[in-house]
Design a protein around this ligand. Structure first.
Ligand SMILES: *Cc1c(COP(=O)(O)O)cnc(C)c1O
Length: 420
């Protein structure tokens, strides 16, 4: 459920016509609905009511300060994967004791920054990382709270690039080796063991892999108990999928109920790291059609809609062959003829497309299109490839909107560059 709907044949974000914003802000831009962000956060979080839990939004999905601040005000924490994300989360008002730090490559500087901030815990992903954290905590004269990220070797049945819980993936520590690491950590002066974590992948559309992973983790927690290691935090990662096209992901409430059922007998605080399921369908990318053209050279004619947004602005179609629905901002008539088209950007790569072989009504240059479901891994994955300044981000609240990130200028593009 989101708040991007047609009213009188024009696309609205909540109570604001999308075209009105485009007129003031220019295109392309990312547009988020505050009511949708809040609704999705609440739908997810409230599923765990009755259990000690902390929802830590995965910052990499959508990292704008204003959006993080929406969650901070709702009691949300943050799952971070870099020093930059730590900086953002703190600046957005997220309390450090609600921040967890995941990722296989934490640098010394990043570890130091996180210790200075006093985050809730590090999700440690290798024996060497544990050693490094101990060393830095000792230097600083403080204690580092850690969990190990267990790799449960579970197939999440999602895109290979976003599957993270298989033994062949770079993430986490295999269950069989983890026990030894916990024992090692237990002996370390400046390490406090506080949890176990796992995160098996993203855009999961079935509950079973989560449960399979959870059972392995539970089992492992039992083994830790035998070693007199007691866990306060059980971190189940993120990964609940969303509807881009015709997927049928579990409803967050059903996901939560299934997890709760498995955890009846456990006394610890559950940590959840949702990203996509919160913001994915709370944001769109608004773009203007520049040209249309038909290439008749090949076996069959090929139609193109050329827009002013490109793979640098939204990478998912190029990177994962991801499907994004594309809606004209002015709703086409039901009976309007449709043609198969490629919707492409201006970048000099054939991989620069938003949609391929998509049935679309006739569109004229100057018309606006909305690329749907762009609120997660949209702006946060964007780049300035082809020297295209990063686009603006806008947040709607009712019938009001606010630019929450200015469109970058050409000067921004060359900031820090040196001309001899
Ligand atoms: C990316 C990531 C998440 C969020 O995944 P979603 O699929 O967006 O929910 C959570 N935890 C970790 C460790 C991640 O790397």
């Amino acid at each position: 459920m989101n708040y991007f709907t047609y009213k009188n044949s024009i696309l609205y974000c909540e109570d604001k016509p999308v075209q009105d914003i485009a007129q003031e802000v220019g295109t392309p831009f990312y547009l988020y609905s505050k009511a949708t962000l809040q609704r999705h956060f609440d739908a997810f979080d409230s599923g765990f009511t009755g259990m000690k839990h902390q929802t830590c939004f995965a910052v990499k999905a959508c990292s704008n300060l204003s959006i993080l601040n929406v969650f901070a005000k709702m009691g949300g924490g943050a799952d971070i994967v870099s020093g930059g994300e730590l900086f953002r989360a703190m600046k957005a008002g997220i309390e450090p004791q609600k921040i967890i730090y995941s990722g296989v490559g934490k640098t010394k500087t990043e570890i130091r920054q996180a210790l200075e901030a006093g985050i809730l815990m590090f999700n440690v992903e290798s024996p060497q990382e544990l050693g490094r954290i101990q060393e830095i905590a000792a230097e600083m004269g403080c204690t580092a709270r850690v969990a190990f990220r267990i790799n449960p070797d579970v197939d999440p049945k999602t895109h290979a690039y976003i599957s993270t819980g298989l033994a062949k993936n770079k993430f986490g520590i295999p269950v069989d080796e983890a026990l030894q690491e916990y024992l090692r950590a237990k002996e370390m002066e400046n390490i406090e063991i506080v949890g176990v974590s796992c995160h098996i992948g993203s855009q999961l559309t079935q509950i079973d892999p989560f449960i399979e992973a959870l059972r392995k983790v539970k089992n492992f927690v039992g083994r830790l108990e035998q070693e007199d290691i007691h866990i306060q935090h059980l971190d189940l990662g993120g990964g609940v999928g969303i509807v881009y096209n015709d997927e049928q992901p579990p409803h967050p409430t059903d996901y939560a109920a299934a997890i709760q059922a498995e955890l009846q007998d456990m006394d610890c605080t559950l940590i959840l790291e949702p990203g996509r399921v919160i913001t994915g369908n709370a944001g769109i990318l608004v773009t203007e059609v520049q040209y249309t053209k038909v290439n008749r050279g090949g076996e069959k004619e090929k139609r193109f809609i050329i827009i002013d947004a490109a793979m640098n602005d939204l990478t998912r179609p190029s990177l994962y062959k991801a499907f994004h629905e594309i809606l004209p901002v002015q709703e086409p008539a039901e009976e309007a003829p449709r043609h198969e088209v490629d919707v492409v950007g201006p970048i000099c790569e054939t991989g620069d497309f938003m949609a391929r072989d998509r049935m679309m009504p006739d569109i004229q240059p100057g018309e606006l299109l909305a690329v749907m479901s762009c609120g997660a891994y949209g702006f946060s994955m964007s780049s300035t490839y082809n020297s295209r300044p990063k686009v603006a981000e806008v947040l709607v609240d009712g019938d009001q909107f606010r630019i929450i990130r200015q469109r970058e200028s050409y000067e921004d593009l060359v900031r820090g560059e040196d001309l001899p």
